[in-house]
Design a protein around this ligand. Structure first.
Ligand code: T5A
Length: 217
């Protein structure tokens, strides 16, 4: 595949959506075709799954195994109908959360078997392995402070997974850091506890280098 596949990961409120939008704008300005996707969602089927998992009252009854398979189903659909066709065209695909979210949340957070989740992920993503994964690392409480402010502005409230305990979210954060250690070539961990422009600069440094826009250090 000729394109370039970037995923953003991190705990709640770490700035993924903010930086996905900024990076997309920058790449567009430079003349790249950019496709933005998000998980769960990004397709008609995926958005329906997102509603059940996050906002629908029926989502309250979802068991961890079922939740996992729903995230995988959304992913399988997104990969084959959006991500792979875009990469084959040569586009830059930027995905707001992807397969690592399941390992962090359902694996390290909920305690499901990591090896089984990795196998399921392989089945769901096929050949769509990210070229680079930006992990925006942030203290959990700090992330929730940001979400509180954002939700107040947008008049929204926490979704089902955001309502999990702080301990759950701390396990997720630690899980991400373990993943970054397991896949050092693909992951780049960025300290997200800085102002938006500084974080943006660090992200661009990583991406520009990978795209060959600046020389290797
Ligand atoms: N999930 C997902 C699983 O459990 N398993 C899976 O396999 C998958 C794929 C998805 C949920 O599903 C779970 C994880 C999630 O719980 P979502 O609604 O898509 O949820 O939301 P998240 O991806 O979790 O995104 P968040 O809502 O947590 O926020 P972001 O995108 O990380 O943060 P963002 O950009 O909205 O920023 C939050 C606020 O902070 C400000 C922004 O302006 C915004 O107001 N901000 C900063 N403020 C100060 N300094 C900075 N550097 C800032 N950066 C951003």
């Amino acid at each position: 595949m000729r394109g370039f596949f970037i995923t953003f990961e991190g705990p709640e409120g770490s700035g993924k959506s903010t930086h996905v939008a900024r990076l997309a704008k920058r790449l567009n300005t430079l003349g790249y075709e950019v496709v933005i996707a998000r998980e769960p969602g990004g397709t008609v089927v995926g958005e329906a799954i997102r509603d059940v998992l996050q906002h629908d009252k029926r989502g309250e009854q979802v068991l961890p195994e079922t939740e996992t398979l729903l995230f995988m189903a959304s992913r399988a659909q997104l990969v084959r109908s959006v991500i792979i066709p875009a990469l084959r065209r040569g586009a830059c695909v930027i995905c707001d959360r992807f397969a690592d979210s399941t390992i962090a949340y359902q694996g390290y957070g909920r305690g499901l078997d990591i090896k089984s989740l990795l196998k399921l992920n392989n089945f769901a993503i096929g050949e769509a392995v990210p070229d680079v994964t930006i992990l925006l690392d942030l203290d959990v409480k700090r992330g929730f402070q940001r979400l509180k402010q954002r939700n107040r502005k947008k008049k929204t409230s926490h979704d089902r997974i955001e309502r999990e305990s702080i301990v759950f979210h701390q396990k997720v954060r630690r899980g991400y850091l373990k993943l970054a250690g397991m896949y050092p070539k693909r992951f780049r961990t960025i300290d997200a506890d800085r102002n938006i422009d500084s974080v943006d600069k660090s992200i661009w440094k990583v991406i520009a280098k990978r795209l060959g826009r600046i020389r290797e250090e």
